[in-house]
Ligand binder design. Structure first.
Ligand SMILES: *[C@@H]1O[C@H](CO)[C@@H](O)[C@H](O)[C@H]1NC(C)=O
Ligand SMILES: *[C@@H]1O[C@H](CO)[C@@H](O)[C@H](O)[C@H]1NC(C)=O
Ligand SMILES: *[C@@H]1O[C@H](CO)[C@@H](O)[C@H](O)[C@H]1NC(C)=O
Ligand SMILES: *[C@@H]1O[C@H](CO)[C@@H](O)[C@H](O)[C@H]1NC(C)=O
Ligand SMILES: *[C@@H]1O[C@H](CO)[C@@H](O)[C@H](O)[C@H]1NC(C)=O
Length: 479
């Protein structure tokens, strides 16, 4: 399990980008291939009964009786990262962002669009199962080594963060399926409304009800108010109902204020703030409003990521990768870069640039910077390696991932825990194609060892924003 502790940022000084790093400049990147692989990865994370068209065939059926002990069917969904636990909170966030990727950039996905829709549906089908009983939301399904116990939140022991994020995921996905499967889309939206009502009516953090099990993996560090506003913002986007817009306006002060400025630059499975501001900015700009706290904070967020900013919210490695100490770094790189590209798109549509502290940031500047981050991940970095498994000539081969490091069950049916494989220095048995690992340290170094989960473990919420980014770069910069 990777160290998921959220460390709120301190304002840090920008490291010199002019170091003595050498990066091969003739690296050829193929965004189309990377996009295909970034979506393929989700098949390697699948739990449940796998379909005949499963492309990563070393992954087999698993968790086929999940929930049955408790009289519910919780088969399906995704493992979050390298272990075999299903966590609804990060799974829902992954789904929201995958859906957002399709909403913005689905037109550029070509033959991968169908795979992206399958990746979303694999999750929404599961999230529907988690919310089939009104007033109950299943939040976690335990590891393989234990009886696979399911943990739920309810009116008596609430969990507004997990419930409201599921509402966001189902709303966003309802927009995605509106054209191709109207019936499914309507169903998702009805369920989203129901789950949001539950999240709002019985407010509380799942820390306090099932914290013993969800912490330390996905403890809710930043509170649940951000998920409630985020859920309402997605419901507004999906329904156009003014009641949801009112909810956003009336509750945003509980989430955002200059006193907690740091969190306004965050976006990830725990903190939604920067995502709220960017998402909502589209509606504000469409209504020709040019000043609003949402725009103000979205602007400041975008400025703060650029290396030329006087008030940066991230550090940079000498090779130019954005870096925040204390956590799995690649999740920030992909999530924040995704927001920049989406925001740039909204700004461009309304012909707007940002006045940063001492410079003007054009939409092009934001996407250019985001592209440097994606290019670093794909191979333009001092290690001359790709951080995506199965992409490029050199990539991580000892990722922290149980199913990838063990032989497939049809080759070795009786593995036990497989610790021998964990401790061996051999490369992994199965290629989890498309997986993005945590990435290098602050000095651009990567050791490729499965013992160091913080750097070598992949996670679904790292890939989800990358799917959108790669679709955009594929369409705008060719292969
Ligand atoms: C990366 O490639 C550059 C240019 O080819 C080379 O100078 C540098 O030594 C390489 N770095 C590593 C770690 O292989
Ligand atoms: C959840 O628990 C963590 C760890 O104990 C704590 O830091 C955090 O503030 C708690 N969050 C809420 C919303 O209670
Ligand atoms: C909401 O309004 C937008 C803009 O007017 C429109 O494009 C969209 O189809 C509407 N959505 C719904 C669910 O009515
Ligand atoms: C793996 O490599 C390390 C460092 O080279 C070494 O200390 C260790 O004994 C090796 N482990 C095995 C199981 O070979
Ligand atoms: C790689 O190993 C070196 C030496 O043990 C250590 O200083 C460095 O922090 C490690 N980096 C990563 C990314 O694990």
């Amino acid at each position: 399990m990777m160290a998921k502790k959220m460390v709120f940022l301190a304002m840090v000084t920008l490291m010199s980008m002019m170091g003595k790093v050498v990066i091969a400049d003739d690296v050829k990147l193929d965004y189309t291939e990377a996009l295909t692989k970034s979506i393929l990865f989700f098949e390697g994370q699948r739990s449940g009964k796998l379909p005949n068209n499963q492309r990563l065939t070393w992954r087999k059926d698993s968790g086929l009786r999940d929930g049955f002990d408790q009289g519910v069917d919780l088969v399906g969904g995704y493992y979050d990262a390298g272990d075999n636990i299903k966590f609804s909170f990060p799974m829902a966030f992954t789904t929201t962002v995958l859906a957002w990727s399709v909403i913005e950039f689905g037109n550029s996905m070509d033959s991968d669009l169908n795979h992206a829709l399958e990746a979303i549906r694999w999750s929404t089908d599961y999230l529907i199962k988690c919310t089939n009983t009104p007033g109950v939301v299943y939040a976690q399904l335990e590891d393989m080594d234990t009886p696979r116990t399911a943990f739920a939140v309810s009116a008596q022991s609430p969990g507004s963060e997990v419930s409201a994020e599921i509402a966001a995921a189902l709303s966003a996905s309802s927009i995605v399926f509106r054209r191709s499967d109207r019936k499914y889309s309507d169903f998702l939206l009805r369920r989203a409304i129901q789950v949001f009502d539950f999240a709002d009516k019985y407010q509380g953090s799942y820390n306090d009800s099932i914290g013993r099990w969800v912490c330390p993996h996905y403890c809710d560090f930043s509170g649940y108010q951000d998920e409630l506003v985020w859920g309402a913002a997605w419901l507004h986007k999906a329904t156009n109902k003014t009641s949801y817009w009112k909810y956003v306006m009336e509750n945003i002060h509980k989430v955002e204020s200059p006193q907690n400025e740091g969190s306004l630059y965050e976006f990830g499975w725990d903190t939604k703030n920067a995502g709220i501001n960017v998402l909502v900015s589209k509606y504000i700009l469409n209504n020709k409003q040019h000043s609003s706290p949402f725009l103000h904070w979205a602007d400041k967020f975008a400025c703060s990521l650029l290396p030329e900013s006087l008030n940066p919210s991230v550090e940079f490695t000498p090779g130019g990768l954005m870096y925040k100490p204390g956590m799995v770094n690649s999740q920030r790189v992909t999530a924040l870069s995704f927001l920049l590209v989406v925001y740039a798109r909204y700004l461009k549509q309304s012909d707007r640039v940002i006045a940063c502290d001492r410079f003007v940031a054009t939409p092009y500047r934001l996407t250019y910077f985001a592209r440097t981050q994606v290019d670093y991940i794909l191979g333009k970095n001092p290690m001359n390696m790709s951080y995506m498994v199965g992409y490029g000539e050199k990539f991580p081969e000892r990722i922290h991932h149980r199913a990838s490091s063990l032989p497939s069950i049809d080759q070795e049916p009786h593995l036990g825990h497989g610790w021998d494989y964990f401790w061996s220095n051999n490369t992994n048995y199965n290629l989890l194609i498309g997986a993005i690992v945590g990435g290098p340290d602050i000095n651009d170094q990567y050791n490729d060892t499965r013992h160091d989960a913080g750097h070598s473990e992949p996670a679904t919420y790292v890939n989800a924003p990358l799917v959108g980014l790669l679709s955009y770069f594929k369409a705008n910069y060719g292969s």
